[in-house]
Design a protein around this ligand. Structure first.
Ligand code: FDA
Length: 324
């Protein structure tokens, strides 16, 4: 299984395939997990979820941006989405990735972009979540949060349970609204737990701790074992529903999403939009190769075959050049 995970994580960073994916649009089955390419389409998807009592956190797809122009374009897109959330009066907030807003270009440039976004969202009482990326960007992202929270209280972030330092971070940021996840990137044992058992155990520990000591907790997982554990734990410790929510990604375990909302739990769906879906989608395959079934259901058009061919080629190349 780790080999499969490494393979898809490797693919998620492949620039050539990323470009091809953008060119061919949402044709590889990604439309099952991406809510729309335009803001108007995405607002319609949000309205449908809201009608079922589900709130949304909206992510303008894209990450690891190295051109200032591209980062500014992303910022404009996010500002327009904030405006649309406000005018359309939908129940939604924003998730964003600091590397999309220029963290790899220049820290101050990224902070400027983020400040503009958080300020605008604050005017409309809209929450901004800083998604957490790989280890390289972990501390700079916390630094951004520290800086932004000096002026604004509508920001929060993510704690990734695979990191050894997660326990310290969750304590330090206990007064923030936090999303707790297992962690989606490939990390070395220098920084992160490697086995499923260790990661799951830390995930549960962190969730229990934040439920009892922290502000609002977003438990982001598709793992029904964890969800059932949290339900039991909250009941046994008299933790009111208002203090936490469950989160899942758009298109995944749709029936369970509806069921949790119907049972009266706060529920938020992570709604990605735009055409830069490739890295996001490959990480979903890394987590769970069965997610490929979201792809194979699609008709194999000529263009799809090009992308599938490129993917298979990259796989074979990866296998042949693998050191061990
Ligand atoms: P995992 O994939 O570990 O599966 C555990 C078990 O759950 C499976 O064995 C199976 O039994 C069941 N299961 C899972 N998926 C299923 C499915 N589709 N159908 C049926 N059963 C299924 N990561 C990160 O590093 N930074 C971030 O900012 C975020 N943000 C984020 C937001 C949201 C809303 C979510 C849901 C996730 C993230 N993540 C993330 C990703 C996260 O770190 C993690 O990689 C994935 O959620 C996968 O782990 P899970 O806990 O969902 O289950």
């Amino acid at each position: 299984m780790p080999l499969v995970k490494d393979f898809f994580i490797g693919l998620s960073k492949n620039q050539l395939l990323n470009k091809a994916a953008k060119t061919y649009g949402l044709k590889l089955g990604a439309q099952n997990v991406v809510a729309g390419t335009t803001i108007a389409e995405t607002i319609e998807s949000i309205k449908k979820l809201n009608a079922h009592g589900i709130s949304c956190t909206v992510d303008n797809l894209g990450e690891f941006v190295f051109e200032k122009e591209e980062a500014i374009k992303a910022k404009e897109q996010i500002l327009q989405m904030i405006e649309a959330i406000h005018t359309e009066e939908v129940d939604a907030h924003i998730s964003l990735k600091p590397t999309q807003l220029g963290l790899d270009i220049d820290y101050d440039f990224c902070l400027e972009n983020l400040t503009e976004i958080v300020k605008k969202a604050n005017e409309y009482d809209i929450f901004i979540n800083l998604d957490m990326e790989d280890h390289l960007h972990l501390q700079p992202s916390f630094d951004l949060l520290d800086e932004l929270s000096k002026t604004y209280d509508n920001v929060g972030t993510v704690i990734q349970a695979y990191f050894y330092r997660a326990e310290d971070d969750i304590e330090k940021y206990k007064n923030f609204r936090l999303r707790i996840v297992k962690g989606a990137y490939k990390e070395t044992e220098e920084h992160a737990y490697q086995t499923k058992e260790e990661i799951d155990a830390n995930f549960i520990r962190l969730i229990e701790w934040h439920l009892q000591h922290g502000k609002f907790t977003s438990i982001a997982t598709h793992d029904h074992h964890v969800i059932n554990h949290v339900k039991r734990f909250a009941k046994e410790h008299n933790i009111p529903n208002e203090q936490y929510e469950f989160q899942m990604l758009y298109g995944f375990r749709k029936e369970l999403q509806l069921q949790l909302a119907q049972e009266g739990y706060n529920f938020t769906t992570y709604v990605p939009f735009g055409n830069d879906w490739y890295g996001y989608f490959m990480r979903r395959l890394a987590e769970r190769p069965q997610n490929l079934n979201l792809v194979v259901k699609q008709t194999f058009t000529k263009k799809n075959n090009v992308l599938i061919g490129l993917t298979a080629g990259a796989f074979l190349l990866g296998r042949l050049t693998k050191k061990k």
